[in-house]
Design a protein around this ligand. Structure first.
Ligand code: HXC
Length: 537
């Protein structure tokens, strides 16, 4: 940390003829008292936090910002240097991350359990306002018992103001939350309204009602980890976007994430100098080898993505949740892009409720912040069955449609191996809004698989063979083969312009880069006739 701007307390300079009252320190005294108080409180914070395996709020901000680049604001707001009251339970400041300005706050659990009262709320809201005005990302580090009980509804109202401010900031500036301790009660909705949530394996918890209340109201005995630990929120609820081993890794991840994001929706997507390398070229040439020809054979689509992007670097989001779809950021020829891909090694890459919602929110994020979207398709369809229908695949699957259909950023889609039925259309097809769509040779593209189509189209013929005592299975196999030859493939899509071409896998990286270059000047204006859409939520 390089500097501190104390606010909220006054100091007076002693001048001749204007002797300072004895209880008001002169500037030198104030500075000395402030330094001593700061050291004392930081020592206390370190003792309390380190004992729990956690860093202090200021240590976290030190680790987050570039070396010696951050400035704390409101160090003693809500306190009184003269009486030794260090002030609030939140540290706010701004500084640089990889040379770009970012605002951040860290709740200080060593002060009243990091709880939020009037002063803390005011400090966080002031920082959010500043981030909005300056058009810079804001990062919140949560470690708090929630609303300060002693301040009653005043504390609750501050959460209301933070929620409102966060909604105002949504889509305007990136908002990222690090959960580094408890985040309890309605307070969880503060990070929930941000774009990304990162949790640490130990110490971080998020729940609307804690284990005690759950026990008292329902009789259920449940641990902190089961109710709201990092594993639960990364694997099951989908609330979290990354599971970090510890605080340092969590902070590193956020710094990496910020590399791919613009500072606001009004800034262009990050673009880095890219020097073509032999490694990238060779990886792109071999990408076709990573996808087995047999459409039922699984493979890891992450390896395909890494073979296509600059330096093989792909920052995955929500890796542990709904892993049948993969989302994340990478660069193509130095340009930051969002990537969405079906994952054939998980449930054959089928779309389900969680995968749809995961991808939908990511598409909306990319679109809000002007990041081009690359979609890699290898999807057998929506997952069939009562479980999915009862889970609301209709309304939840519709979110992905709405996200792609409303997106105006450049969108380029490549079908790697197969795209069936509704899932073909939903996964960034041209009809839903992609600017360009390509397929690799031999891709299976059809309204449904041959077996299903034959059962529906030829049920009379098959029944007739059965009635006549013929070989039903042989007839079915013949019809399947015939249907496959006539209907399953990219030809119809190419003929109707739904595909812009069948490309050799080795050309994929070049085609993506060329397409993005052409789309750099795409008109992304959104007509503002309506207040907002009513897309499925
Ligand atoms: C006031 C609180 C507090 C709170 C903790 N403290 N939570 N003070 N209001 N909500 C204080 C403790 O009294 C203690 O003070 C210090 O913070 C540290 O807390 P400990 O309990 O000693 O720490 P630990 O054992 O680590 O447990 C942390 C905890 C637990 C899990 C967070 O304190 C807890 O369950 N707190 C209540 C959480 C909760 O239900 N919050 C919801 C509030 S309502 P001393 O003086 O001993 O250091 C809410 C609604 C928001 O947030 C609504 C928005 C719409």
């Amino acid at each position: 940390m390089t500097s501190t701007i104390p606010t909220g307390t006054s100091s007076r300079t002693t001048t001749a003829g204007d002797a300072a009252p004895t209880d008001v320190p002169c500037r030198e005294d104030y500075a000395r008292l402030a330094t001593e108080l700061a050291e004392r409180t930081e020592e206390k914070a370190a003792t309390r936090q380190h004992a729990k395996g956690k860093q202090t709020a200021r240590e976290r901000l030190d680790a987050f910002f570039d070396d010696d680049s951050w400035t704390e604001v409101g160090r003693f707001t809500g306190g009184d240097v003269r009486t030794g009251n260090a002030g609030s339970a939140v540290v706010t400041g701004y500084g640089q991350v990889q040379g770009r300005m970012v605002a951040a706050y860290a709740q200080d659990f060593s002060v009243k359990g990091g709880t939020l009262g009037r002063v803390e709320g005011d400090k966080i809201i002031a920082l959010m306002d500043r981030a909005i005005t300056m058009r810079i990302p804001i990062v919140g580090m949560q470690d708090s018992g929630g609303a300060r009980i002693q301040e009653g509804v005043v504390a609750l109202s501050q959460y209301g103001r933070i929620f409102r401010k966060s909604c105002q900031a949504s889509g305007l500036i990136p908002q990222i939350s690090l959960i580094l301790g408890p985040c309890a009660g309605g307070a969880v909705y503060s990070p929930a309204l941000t774009d990304f949530i990162i949790m640490t394996r130990e110490n971080s918890h998020m729940f609307v009602t804690g284990p005690e209340v759950v026990r008292a109201t329902t009789g259920e005995n449940v641990s902190f980890a089961e109710l709201g630990g990092a594993r639960m929120h990364n694997f099951q609820s989908g609330v979290a976007h990354y599971l970090a081993e510890n605080e340092d890794e969590a902070i590193d991840y956020v710094r990496s994430l910020l590399d791919y994001l613009p500072s606001s929706c009004q800034s262009p997507a990050p673009r880095y100098d890219y020097e073509p390398s032999d490694e990238d070229e060779q990886a792109a040439t071999r990408v076709g080898d990573l996808v087995p020809v047999d459409p039922r054979h699984p493979y890891d689509v992450v390896a395909v993505i890494e073979a296509l992007v600059d330096h093989g670097e792909f920052v995955q989001i929500q890796e542990l949740f709904a892993s049948r779809i993969v989302i994340g950021f990478a660069c193509l020829n130095g340009q930051s892009v969002g990537i969405i891909a079906n994952q054939p090694k998980e449930d054959a890459g089928t779309l389900d409720v969680d995968a749809s919602e995961k991808a939908a929110r990511f598409v909306r994020f990319c679109d809000a912040f002007g990041l081009a979207i690359i979609t890699l398709v290898d999807v057998p369809g929506y997952r069939p069955g009562t479980e999915q229908e009862q889970a609301g695949i209709i309304r939840r699957g519709a979110k992905l449609i709405a996200a792609y259909a409303n997106a105006t950023v450049p969108m380029v889609t490549v079908i790697l191996r197969k795209a069936y039925g509704g899932a073909y259309i939903v996964m960034g097809s041209k009809s839903i809004g992609a600017d360009f769509a390509f397929a690799w040779p031999g891709s299976e593209i059809a309204v449904m698989g041959a077996e299903g189509a034959v059962s529906i189209m030829y049920h009379r013929e098959i029944a007739a063979v059965e009635k006549a005592g013929g070989d039903v299975e042989a007839e079915r196999a013949r019809l399947v083969e015939q249907y496959h030859a006539e209907n399953i493939g990219p030809d119809l899509s190419v003929q109707t312009g739904e595909l812009d071409g069948v490309i050799d896998p080795t050309d994929t990286r070049r085609v993506l880069i060329d397409s993005l270059a052409l789309l750099a000047t795409k008109d992304q204006t959104v007509p503002h006739l309506k207040r907002h859409d009513n897309a499925p939520q």
